[in-house]
Design a protein around this ligand. Structure first.
Ligand SMILES: Nc1ncnc2c1ncn2[C@@H]1O[C@H](COP(=O)(O)OP(=O)(O)OP(=O)(O)O)[C@@H](O)[C@H]1O
Ligand SMILES: [Zn+2]
Ligand SMILES: [Zn+2]
Length: 988
């Protein structure tokens, strides 16, 4: 087993020791030659003129002689010296200063201030000392130690398979890793844990591969011949370990009720193993015998016969019990790793059959989430423990606040770290989950800035996922949507003391929609909130439409991860109360669930009252993208204006006590009441402006100040904008009016609304902070880049109800002074006629409708959803789409799919077939590899050129195409449902 590391250590150390030995000998020789005895005594290596105090025989017949200073000279104290037990000394007759001759040598056994005792090997030297003589004792160079050191090193060099074999590999860092992919911090933690005598803590921050590390530790311990008991507080965590250990061929045994185990784990359960053991037949036989006797007993009427049968049953019962015990004990002893939940490791269970010294090592995973007392169930069974977990995440749930406050929630891990500090801990520092932008805040706030993101995740974004379009929405790891000043107040469920926030629900829903449209799958998205009421509200809003979307409380999502995590912080109130958001570990858990994107919606005004929350807001403001919720409200506002009331989803129970979603109220009523849910109709910007929120955040503009004063300010600004627009309208020389990027989003909204009113064309350009509006008197031509007309057809801003036909007929009226149709419109018109020829009338209407939408309705995309390039290419893409439609076969080429591809089919460039919206993505119908290869080629060819140039080739990214189509899809769906709502309204 000798390795290079050991060999080189040994040969180098031997050399050095030899050098040291030489120096020692040289020094002794030089002293003896050059120094007088007196000088030697001053150096402490010689004691002169001693007399014998006592003599006796010690162990092994050695002669023990105590030497003392001569009594006649001064006080009887030895001069200071360097003699100590084990030193080899020479004994000399003290005859003045002449050349002394050595009488014999011995070993010092004891030194005090007044005497030095030396053991002489009586048998060897035949020493006999005159009790009245005077002696000198001199230290001799001692090669015993040297010899021992040398021997140990040589043994180390050739050591094989002994009990220290594993220790050698640990201490020389030459462990043969079961998992060779471990990173440095993981290896360090494994070595540390193995070499600690009593306790080692593996601190695993989110995503750092704690379980991977624990598995390696266990495998190494098993290789050393140790018996391991491995526990975790939850069945899920234990099963996870069982699966991974079993994969590495460890002999694992899982205790616990089979019904609670994962299916894949059941074959490792005690019951399953017993059933397969040799003993199982015998046990079955005994059972059969018992049944036989029992049935005999039923038939037996004779008293004597019955009692003998009863005795027989008693015997059989005993036998059964002992055989079962034996079988269990055998199985338990054979297993190298026994796994159970903390409480499952109880002595009431099978473990009682094992001797108390059975386990060498107890490992507890997720230790920071276990009550310390539950850890002791397992800990009492081993000599040594290794604890793994992250005490910076949430501790075990404890119902009694009092008990928690008094320390019940302090985990063993936390307590040990407080007591022993870093000396018992190794932290894993490479994390494999989060984009580094998501990681950094938690790293700094919770983990002393020690985390680094593994290169495989460091820069990963949603857009890198298969099938996801490259949009602004999918290119940012951090997105903060700030509702400050928007009046999206929290509400309370008085029964449960829980909190909700309908406004945040709506904003989350918009972001989910945006992500879904961008191609992010619902199963890759989690929506989390700290409050159960909010979780309920979110589910009501989102679960029907996205069954795969995970919507959970923060606490319930601990230990999990998703590509995108949308976090609603809920709290929004004038008092700045943050309630149990104030638990830092809860926020840490929430933030660190996200792999590629963390979106936080919150009222920064409220939450920044708490330092830790504020640090997150500040961090996200600095390193992420920030939007004010107004940008999202822009999307909601038209609907809200248009109808008095939009029906909540049917599954809202009005009468039930929770959640209390209040229906439409008058503004006065509403202002009287606190903590009342605002429904959509009230959640417009006017409401926001009249809200009594204190404002100072940079995310909300100065404009959204407080109360009535600000409402007039709002009016003034509106007037000012109107004046500017009117002046522009009157000036024949001016073709364009530019509103700068410094406008707040609310002001932008006003510009759009007023332009619309005045029949001007209004276009947003640029994204995020560069966003500005160009108002012009003409409809931009096809060559015009980067246009994003603000609103969809005014349909939704007007309350009256119309049929499809009406919509189409009235369409032109709502964009009054638009000049003649441009090329695209002509093209579309031609398209429409073509389609009418082919398809039924309804279909045509639909398609025409969506064409119109596509053309005028990009305002929705504007809400931060689409980057300039995407908007610029929208037209080209649409042409491509249309071309494909013209060529279309009528049915999707995907096996068994009957969907028509006349209107919205899509040609796959790789296989040259036409597919419906659900199947056109190359990955879906089997051209994924070709598409990827193509994408790689393109990226390597022109990747750099793409950035910001806005001009892509016509064969655009299939993901983006898909995105545009989904956009269309969802728009159509929206419109359909709006129409439904309207016709319902009409009925009332
Ligand atoms: N050394 C490594 N190299 C590459 N990937 C790793 C490494 N260690 C862990 N991972 C990956 O990181 C992820 C989390 O690892 P693991 O399951 O061991 O951690 P966990 O204990 O479940 O999670 P956490 O660290 O959040 O507690 C897994 O996808 C795993 O494959
Ligand atoms: Zn194809
Ligand atoms: Zn299809």
């Amino acid at each position: 087993m000798s390795t290079y590391a050991v060999e080189s250590f040994v040969s180098r150390t031997l050399e050095l020791l030899q050098e040291e030995r030489k120096a020692e000998i040289e020094e002794t020789r030089a002293w003896q030659q050059n120094l007088s005895l007196k000088n030697l005594q001053q150096k402490g290596v010689c004691l002169l003129k001693l007399q014998i105090g006592s003599q006796r025989t010690g162990m092994h017949g050695r002669l023990l002689v105590a030497f003392e200073p001569r009594k006649s000279i001064g006080p009887p104290v030895l001069p200071s010296n360097s003699f100590g037990p084990g030193d080899i000394v020479g004994l000399f007759e003290s005859e003045g200063c002449s050349q002394p001759s050595q009488l014999c040598s011995g070993v010092v056994t004891h030194v005090t201030q007044v005497s030095i005792t030396v053991a002489f090997d009586d048998t060897q030297d035949g020493v006999s000392l005159e009790s009245d003589g005077l002696y000198n004792i001199m230290k001799l160079a001692n090669d015993v130690t040297y010899k021992r050191l040398t021997r140990a090193l040589n043994s180390l060099n050739v050591y094989r398979n002994g009990p220290a074999a594993h220790l050698i590999s640990v201490l020389f860092g030459t462990l043969e890793w079961f998992n060779s992919g471990l990173d440095d911090s993981q290896k360090e933690a494994v070595s540390f844990a193995l070499s600690q005598k009593d306790v080692a803590i593996i601190h695993g921050p989110p995503g750092t591969g704690k379980t991977t590390t624990v598995v390696e530790v266990i495998l190494q311990a098993v290789k050393q011949g140790q018996k391991v008991l491995c526990c975790a507080p939850s069945n899920v965590a234990v099963d996870n370990l069982v699966e991974r250990l079993a994969k590495c061929k460890a002999k694992v045994l899982r205790l616990g009720h089979p019904a609670r185990l994962l299916e894949s784990v059941q074959k490792h359960s005690l019951d399953a193993v017993i059933a397969q053991s040799d003993n199982s037949n015998i046990i079955a036989d005994v059972r059969k015998d018992m049944d036989k006797v029992l049935s005999q007993m039923k038939k037996a009427y004779d008293k004597g016969q019955r009692s003998s049968l009863r005795r027989e049953i008693g015997e059989l019962r005993k036998e059964l019990k002992s055989r079962e015990q034996m079988a269990i004990t055998q199985i338990l002893k054979k297993a190298t790793v026994i796994l159970a939940t903390n409480t499952g490791a109880t002595d009431d269970g099978p473990l009682k059959y094992l001797p108390s010294e059975h386990f060498d090592l107890v490992v507890i995973d997720e230790c920071a989430q276990a009550l310390e007392s539950s850890c002791w169930i397992a800990l009492l069974k081993g000599h040594k423990c290794i604890l793994a977990g992250d005490y910076k995440q949430l501790p075990p749930t404890i119902k009694s606040q009092n008990a928690a406050a008094k320390g019940l929630s302090v985990s063993l891990m936390e307590r040990l770290i407080q007591k022993y500090g870093d000396s018992v801990v190794r932290m894993l520092t490479t994390q494999y989950r989060m984009n580094s932008a998501i990681m950094q805040w938690a790293s700094e706030q919770m983990y002393q800035g020690k985390l680094t993101a593994h290169p495989s995740v460091e820069k990963h974004l949603l857009r890198d996922l298969a099938g996801v379009a490259d949009l602004e929405e999918t290119s940012t790891p951090l997105l903060l949507i700030d509702t400050a000043g928007c009046g999206l107040n929290e509400m309370e469920d008085t029964d449960e003391q829980s909190k909700g926030n309908q406004g945040e629900v709506d904003i989350v829903a918009l972001h989910v929609k945006a992500l879904a449209e961008a191609g992010v799958q619902a199963k890759d998205i989690a929506v989390i909130a700290p409050y159960n009421l909010q979780v309920d509200l979110l589910r009501q809003k989102l679960s029907n439409e996205h069954p795969d979307l995970e919507i959970r409380s923060v606490d319930g999502f601990q230990g999990r991860e998703k590509e995108a995590v949308l976090l609603s912080l809920v709290r929004s109130n004038r008092k700045g109360e943050v309630g149990f958001l104030a638990e830092d570990r809860r926020l840490n858990v929430a933030v660190t669930r996200a792999r590629r994107q963390l979106m936080v919606v919150c009222d920064s005004q409220t939450v920044r009252n708490h330092d830790f929350l504020k640090s997150l807001i500040d961090y996200m403001s600095k390193h992420g993208e920030v939007r004010t919720a107004f940008e999202y409200l822009e999307d909601l506002v038209p609907e809200n204006y248009s109808r008095n009331h939009k029906d909540e989803p049917a599954n809202v129970k009005e009468s039930s006590s929770k959640p209390k979603v209040k229906k439409q109220q008058s503004k006065t009523e509403q202002s009287k009441e606190k903590n009342v849910s605002k429904n959509k109709g009230e959640r417009d910007c006017q409401a926001a402006a009249s809200d009594t929120h204190e404002l100072s955040s940079k995310t909300a503009s100065d404009f959204h100040k407080t109360k009535a004063a600000d409402q007039t300010e709002s009016q003034m600004i509106k007037e000012e904008i109107r004046q500017q627009l009117l002046v522009f309208l009157g000036d024949e020389n001016k073709k364009e009016l530019l509103f700068p990027a410094s406008l707040s989003s609310h002001e932008r909204l006003l510009v759009h609304q007023l332009s619309e009113e005045l029949g001007l064309s209004h276009v947003s350009r640029g994204v995020a902070k560069q966003r500005h509006i160009t108002v012009s008197k003409q409809v931009p031509g096809p060559a015009e880049p980067a246009e994003t007309p603000f609103k969809e057809p005014a349909e939704s801003t007007k309350p009256e109800i119309r049929t499809n036909e009406e919509v189409l007929e009235k369409e032109p009226d709502r964009h009054p002074p638009k000049p003649a149709l441009d090329f695209k419109s002509l093209h579309l018109e031609r398209m429409r006629r073509e389609q009418e020829k082919r398809a039924g009338k309804n279909l045509t209407l639909l398609s025409r409708h969506c064409v119109a939408l596509f053309f005028t309705g990009k305002g929705k995309m504007k809400a931060g959803a689409v980057d300039v390039a995407a908007a610029a290419t929208a037209h080209d893409d649409f042409d491509a789409l249309i071309d494909a439609v013209v060529k279309a076969d009528s049915v999707c080429a995907f096996v068994k799919c009957k969907a028509s591809v006349l209107t919205l089919g899509q040609l796959c460039l790789y296989c040259n077939r036409q597919y419906c919206l659900s199947h056109h993505i190359p990955e879906v119908h089997g051209c994924g590899d070709k598409a990827k290869a193509q994408a790689r080629m393109r990226i390597s060819k022109e990747g750099v050129l793409y950035a910001g140039s806005g001009q892509k080739d016509k064969s655009m990214d299939p993901n983006k195409k898909a995105y545009l189509q989904r956009k269309l899809d969802s728009k159509l769906k929206d419109m359909a449902s709006q129409r439904k709502t309207k016709s319902k309204d009409k009925e009332h």
